[in-house]
Design a protein around this ligand. Structure first.
Ligand SMILES: NC(=O)c1ccc[n+]([C@@H]2O[C@H](COP(=O)([O-])OP(=O)(O)OC[C@H]3O[C@@H](n4cnc5c(N)ncnc54)[C@H](OP(=O)(O)O)[C@@H]3O)[C@@H](O)[C@H]2O)c1
Length: 376
C-alpha cells in the first residue's frame, strides 16, 4: 500500500502545475478548518457513485479519473458500496498508474471514501442474505442488533472492517478523509439517544484509526440530514455532532468535513436556516464555518438533470455558456463550500466540466441574486 497523505506542500505543488486554473481561483483552502486550512483543494471534485458494476464502466472510470488527476482535479470521492467496491478499486488503479509514470505524488491528492451500508464485492451475490451472514455475522464483524433498516451499520467493528477493505481497494495506507455514509438513515429505526451513542462510539473508533495512521480526517456524508427542518425525523444538528467529537477527542478532534447535496435544485445548505446554537439560528454553511468544519457539495448536476432547461435568470447571473456550466458555477461559487463533487465516469465529461473552473467563482453579492424573490 502506498504511504503518505495529502499535505500542504503536495497540494501546493499540484496547484502550481495548473497556472491557468490556479490564477482563476480553482484551488482553495478551507481557511476556517484546523489542520485542513493549509491544503489546496480543487473547487471541482470527481465522484464515482453512478454507473454499472461492469468491466467496461471500470475502464471508463479509470480513464476519467486519470484525466481528472492530469487536468486539475485533486479531490476524489467514493464509497465502499459504490458499484460494489469497483469505484474504490478504479481510483486505486488510476492513482497507482499515475504515480508509476511519475505524473502524480501521493501528497497531492485528497482521497475520500465512506462506509455504513452493507457492501457487496465486485458483483451482487446470488444469495445476498447468505453472503452477509457468512462474511459478516459468522465472523462476528456485525451483530445483527446493530443493523438499521436491514442495510446500515456504523458500529466500530463494522467500520474498522470496511476501512481495512477500502485501504486495500484504494492501495493507500492512509485514507485522507473517511465519512460515515448517510448516518441519518438509522433514524428511521432507532431513538435519538441510541443514535447519539452509536455516533459517539463511531467517532471514538475513527479517532483511534487517525492515531494509527489509517485515516487523516473523518466526517459524515449525508443525503437529507442537513437539508431538512429541525423537526424532521432524519435531521442532524451539526453543533451536536461537533460536541460529540469534542467529548471523544477534545479540541484537536479530526471531525473536520461534512458532505451534503448542493445544487440549484437543492440549495438548502445556504438557503435553509436549520442549525442553532443557543438562541442563534443559522444555515448549515454558516454553522460549519463557525465550527471549523469543511463542507463538500455532492450531486452538483442533480444527477445530470441540471444539464438542460435552466431558467434564463441562472445564465444571466452566473454568465456561463451552457446549463451544465452554470450548474457547476452555482455550486462552486457558494460562500463557504470547499469542493463541488461531480460524478464523472467518462473522460469527456471531465474535460467539459473543468471549463467553468477557468473562470473565477461568481462574487457572493452577484450569486445571492439567485435567492432574491422576484415580483409575480
Ligand atoms: N450521500 C452521499 O454520500 C452522496 C450522495 C450523492 C452523491 N455523492 C457523491 O457526489 C458525487 C456527485 O453526485 P452524483 O454523481 O450523484 O450526481 P451528479 O454529479 O449531479 O451527476 C452525475 C451524472 O451526471 C453525468 N454528467 C457529468 N457531467 C455531465 C455533463 N457535462 N453533461 C451531461 N451529463 C453529465 C454523469 O455521467 P458520466 O458518469 O457518464 O460521466 C453522471 O451520470 C457522487 O458521484 C458521489 O461521489 C454522495
Amino acid at each position: 500500500m502506498l504511504p503518505g497523505h495529502a499535505t500542504a506542500a503536495g497540494t501546493a505543488r499540484y496547484r502550481d502545475r495548473f497556472p491557468n486554473l490556479r490564477d482563476a481561483g480553482h484551488f482553495r483552502q478551507a481557511e476556517h478548518v484546523p489542520g485542513v486550512s493549509q491544503l489546496w483543494l480543487s473547487s471541482i471534485g470527481l465522484g464515482t457513485y453512478l454507473g454499472e458494476p461492469s468491466d467496461a464502466a471500470d475502464q471508463s472510470y479509470i480513464a476519467a479519473i486519470e484525466t481528472g488527476l492530469r487536468s486539475g482535479i485533486n479531490v476524489l470521492d467514493t464509497a465502499i458500496n459504490y458499484r460494489h467496491q469497483r469505484s474504490e478499486r478504479n481510483i486505486g488503479t488510476a492513482i497507482k498508474r499515475l504515480m508509476d509514470s511519475g505524473e502524480l505524488h501521493r501528497d497531492e491528492v485528497l482521497v475520500c471514501t465512506k462506509a455504513g451500508y452493507l457492501s457487496f464485492d465486485g458483483d451482487p451475490p446470488a444469495d445476498p442474505r447468505a453472503y452477509f451472514h457468512r462474511e459478516y455475522v459468522e465472523t462476528r464483524v456485525l451483530d445483527p442488533k446493530e443493523l438499521a433498516g436491514g442495510m446500515h451499520c456504523m458500529s466500530p467493528a463494522y467500520l474498522e472492517n470496511q476501512i481495512e477493505r477500502s485501504r486495500r481497494n484504494l492501495g493507500l495506507e492512509t485514507i485522507d478523509l473517511f465519512y460515515i455514509h448517510n448516518p441519518e438513515s438509522q433514524l428511521a429505526d432507532v431513538s435519538r439517544e441510541v443514535f447519539r451513542q452509536r455516533l459517539k462510539d463511531a467517532f471514538a473508533a475513527l479517532e483511534k484509526l487517525v492515531k494509527a495512521g489509517k485515516l487523516d480526517y473523518y466526517g459524515v456524508a449525508t443525503w437529507s440530514a442537513f437539508r431538512v427542518a429541525d423537526s424532521s425525523r432524519d435531521y442532524m444538528d451539526l453543533f451536536e455532532l461537533a460536541n460529540i467529537a469534542h467529548e471523544v477527542a477534545g479540541e484537536h478532534h479530526r471531525f473536520r468535513f461534512i458532505q451534503l447535496p448542493f445544487n440549484l435544485a437543492m440549495p438548502e445548505a445556504y438557503g435553509l436556516v436549520n442549525q442553532r446554537t443557543g438562541k442563534e439560528k443559522m444555515s448549515l454553511l454558516s454553522a460549519a464555518t463557525r465550527l471549523g468544519i469543511a463542507v463538500m457539495g455532492s450531486a452538483t448536476l442533480y444527477q445530470a438533470r441540471l444539464t438542460q432547461g435552466l431558467p434564463d435568470l441562472v445564465g444571466s447571473v452566473l454568465g456561463m455558456k451552457t446549463d451544465a456550466d452554470n450548474a457547476i458555477q452555482f455550486s462552486r461559487s457558494a460562500p463557504g463550500l470547499t469542493t463541488s463533487l461531480i460524478g464523472m465516469g467518462r473522460k469527456e465529461h471531465v474535460a467539459v466540466n473543468l471549463k467553468p473552473a477557468l473562470t473565477n467563482p461568481t462574487p457572493p453579492q452577484e450569486w445571492k441574486r439567485l435567492f432574491t424573490r422576484t415580483k409575480e
